[in-house]
Design a protein around this ligand. Structure first.
Ligand SMILES: [Mg+2]
Length: 127
């Protein structure tokens, strides 16, 4: 499984990377603009990401806009990238917006629990 974590919180990225790296290469970006550049490179190299974990509130380009652009690229490629939004457990409104407006697949809640994350990966047949 190739994954990409997009989060402006370095500690959060590191924690999630520790979990995802067990299952394959895991790249990191600190905002949406960086993420889309990595995404385009990965597609150009024929090594697309199986999973993108996307924070919502970030500088430069936030998660909502990033998700919109990921889905635009998906349409062009005739594919659908799995996208899990990253959420702090105290922001349910962000999650609701991401589902109903942004078309994400699911969400992971900070602080990340190993068992919860691996269960999700397994449920989506990513591992
Ligand atoms: Mg953030």
């Amino acid at each position: 499984m190739r994954s990409l974590i997009v989060d402006d919180d370095e500690m959060g990225r590191m924690m999630l990377a520790t979990l995802l790296e067990e299952f394959g290469p895991c790249d990191q970006a600190e905002n949406g603009k960086e993420a889309l550049a990595l995404l385009d490179n990965a597609v150009a190299a024929s090594t697309p990401y199986d999973l993108i974990c996307l924070d919502i509130i970030m500088p430069v380009m936030d998660g909502t806009e990033t998700l919109r652009q990921i889905r635009e690229r998906d349409q062009q490629l005739g594919d659908r990238t799995k996208v899990f939004m990253i959420s702090a457990c105290n922001s349910p409104q962000d999650i609701e917006n991401a589902f109903f407006e942004g078309d994400c697949d699911d969400y992971v809640v900070k602080p990340f629990r190993r068992e919860a994350v691996t269960q999700m990966l397994s449920r989506y047949k990513l591992i």
